[in-house]
Design a protein around this ligand. Structure first.
Ligand SMILES: *Cc1c(COP(=O)(O)O)cnc(C)c1O
Length: 431
């Protein structure tokens, strides 16, 4: 592990002066406790990941998908982590670190509510008071996660500025932190933000690839040809990639949300996707230089994805750098393909994935799926042959939280694969 603050030209610490003491204190704590294991911090972190979080988690061969794609498909089951997504790896690490630093209070922001929920759980587990900032719009559309946070006794502070979504919630949390740094730690939820957050969050998430790299060798006797993970901010992505980065023969694919289209409406300031790695330009957002969705004047654009957890205009600086270096291949999958993949994994493997996760499976279908009328007409993706014989897909989370969205979005479309839901009409419940 190392405390790099820059990844090529990306990363850095673009924060107001008032936050610099907090950033320096955190950098020092990260180096001592996480990198040097002072006071046995990492041992305690590992123990709690095991007995509270449920690690190690299985690497499971997907029998039906392996047959469908004529490729050995292995699933890294982060959906089985306590809370239902990979997010707890990081939230638990940071809340524990805050304790070692002598902090008395935890704050965090959340968009879809997954990070807020993981932070609230970790804070309850470690007996720390916790406040979560969340945009008003997001509170309205992510009610189950708001309930979970409240039930774990976290305060949820509604943010009413702007569009009431993640971007405003982040600004509000930064504002809180600037005036409370002595007592408070801000738990950032992905490999984004000013250094040391991107490297630190990656280190906490890298347990994913540490386990998966050993497990695949035990099960197949070798390394995989490719690892696939969906990318929002990029924390499950870098977690799944980290220990494979030095293995040059292992291809790494970051699957972004292609939304409804890759084209952009500059006048409206809207990108109908969240594909910052594939289509973004360099700029500064939330404390770091990275690839962003922005217009020609450098204004950050609104992003879109059917999956709330991928709906972010930026991406972690390390991932942006690995893409520039050619080590990570950015690809994207649109809303329709992700929804189909959601149903396929549910029906074929008995695993209901998060909509974020479904994007990674959508890519598999697109490059390795059987020819269809549509697909036969198009040249197959150039990566088809390169995907190889053994592939690991990171199942970043489970889809319980997405069921309402999936039913609504499925009904809007004519998807052959969707199950018939008319039973709900017959029993009069409606959906
Ligand atoms: C939050 C979330 C993501 C996206 O965040 P990353 O930092 O890119 O990993 C992906 N999958 C699930 C299940 C999530 O909850």
């Amino acid at each position: 592990m190392s405390s790099e603050s820059k990844f090529g030209d990306y990363g850095g610490q673009f924060v107001p002066e008032a936050l610099m003491p907090a950033i320096e204190e955190l950098t020092d704590a990260y180096e001592r406790y996480v990198i040097d294991n002072e006071d046995g911090f990492m041992d305690e972190f590992r123990r709690r990941l095991a007995d509270f979080g449920g690690r190690p988690l299985p690497l499971q061969r997907a029998d039906q998908l392996s047959a469908r794609y004529d490729t050995e498909v292995y699933l890294k089951r982060e959906d089985l982590l306590h809370g239902g997504a990979h997010k707890l790896n990081n939230a638990l690490g940071q809340v524990l670190l805050a304790k070692y630093m002598g902090k008395e209070r935890i704050i965090a922001e959340t968009g879809a509510g997954q990070h807020g929920t993981a932070t609230a759980m970790a804070a309850a587990h470690l007996d720390m008071p916790c406040e979560i900032y969340m945009g008003e719009t997001d509170i309205a559309r992510q009610r189950p996660n708001v309930f979970r946070m409240r039930i774990n006794d976290a305060e949820v502070n509604p943010v009413t500025t702007g569009r009431g979504t993640l971007k405003e919630a982040i600004s509000e949390t930064m504002r809180d932190w600037a005036t409370t740094v002595e007592t408070t730690h801000y738990v950032i939820g992905s490999i984004v933000g000013p250094a040391p957050f991107p490297a630190m969050v990656r280190d906490f998430q890298s347990v994913i690839s540490e386990e998966a790299r050993e497990q695949i060798q035990e099960q197949t006797g070798g390394l995989p040809d490719a690892v696939l993970a969906c990318a929002g901010g990029g924390s499950n992505t870098m977690g799944a990639f980290h220990h494979f980065v030095p293995d040059d023969d292992v291809d790494l694919y970051a699957v972004e949300a292609g939304g409804s289209s890759l084209s952009v409406d500059e006048e409206e300031g809207v990108a109908p996707n969240s594909a910052s790695l594939s289509t973004g330009d360099e700029g500064v957002l939330h404390g770091a230089r990275t690839k962003l969705l922005q217009d020609s004047d450098g204004q950050i654009m609104e992003s879109h994805s059917v999956s709330a957890g991928l709906d972010y205009a930026g991406v972690g600086p390390e991932l942006a750098h690995l893409v520039d270096e050619g080590r990570v291949t950015p690809v994207n999958v649109d809303d329709d393909t992700a929804l189909e993949a959601f149903h396929r994994l549910s029906q074929d493997e008995g695993i209901i994935p998060a909509l974020e996760t479904a994007h990674a499976f959508g890519y598999l279908e697109r490059v390795a799926g059987p020819a269809t009328d549509d697909r036969a007409a198009e040249p197959r993706d150039e990566h088809h042959d390169e995907l190889g014989d053994t592939v690991i897909v990171n199942v970043s989370g489970r889809g319980d939280k997405d069921l309402e969205t999936v039913i609504e979005e499925t009904q809007k479309r004519d998807l052959d694969i969707a199950p018939d839901m008319s039973i709900f009409n017959e029993i009069g419940g409606g959906i």
